[in-house]
Design a protein around this ligand. Sequence first.
Ligand SMILES: [Zn+2]
Ligand SMILES: [Zn+2]
Ligand SMILES: [Zn+2]
Length: 152
Amino acid sequence: MCGVADLDVVYVVQGSVKYPKQRSWHPERIHICQDCHGRGETPVDQWYVNHVRWTRVVGRGQLMPPTPCEYCGLRFIRNADPLLKRMTCSASCLTSLSDSRNAARGNKGSDQPCQTCGTQITTGRADSRYCSPKCRQKAYRQRSSIGSRNGR
Ligand SMILES: [Zn+2]
Ligand SMILES: [Zn+2]
Ligand SMILES: [Zn+2]
């Protein structure tokens, strides 16, 4: 919210972002700098200036020391959370991390064509029938709209 791109330590906070042409605030985890964190949550009259506001540091427990993101290496500060297993700075890093871990574990997919789109399945479990969650969804929706018709 304040040019965090160049910071080497960020606070991960629960915030809201208002996108242009949208009326409502969109809840989002955002990164803020130490200065912004020190200033406390965004005062109401500032919300509409930056179209970004933050309310609290993410997590339930104590404030953690700066921890490098397991995926991108960015050092971030958040509250500890007993349920937390992987330390990543953002949801997208967590997704990328699990993707790369799946790949590293030798999950090369079934090497079969996806049952929805026909693409060779090269990621995920060896028994996967779809190339992506999207295709699985699509197949599921088709199946339920066809009803009880059994393929073969
Ligand atoms: Zn800042
Ligand atoms: Zn990261
Ligand atoms: Zn597919």
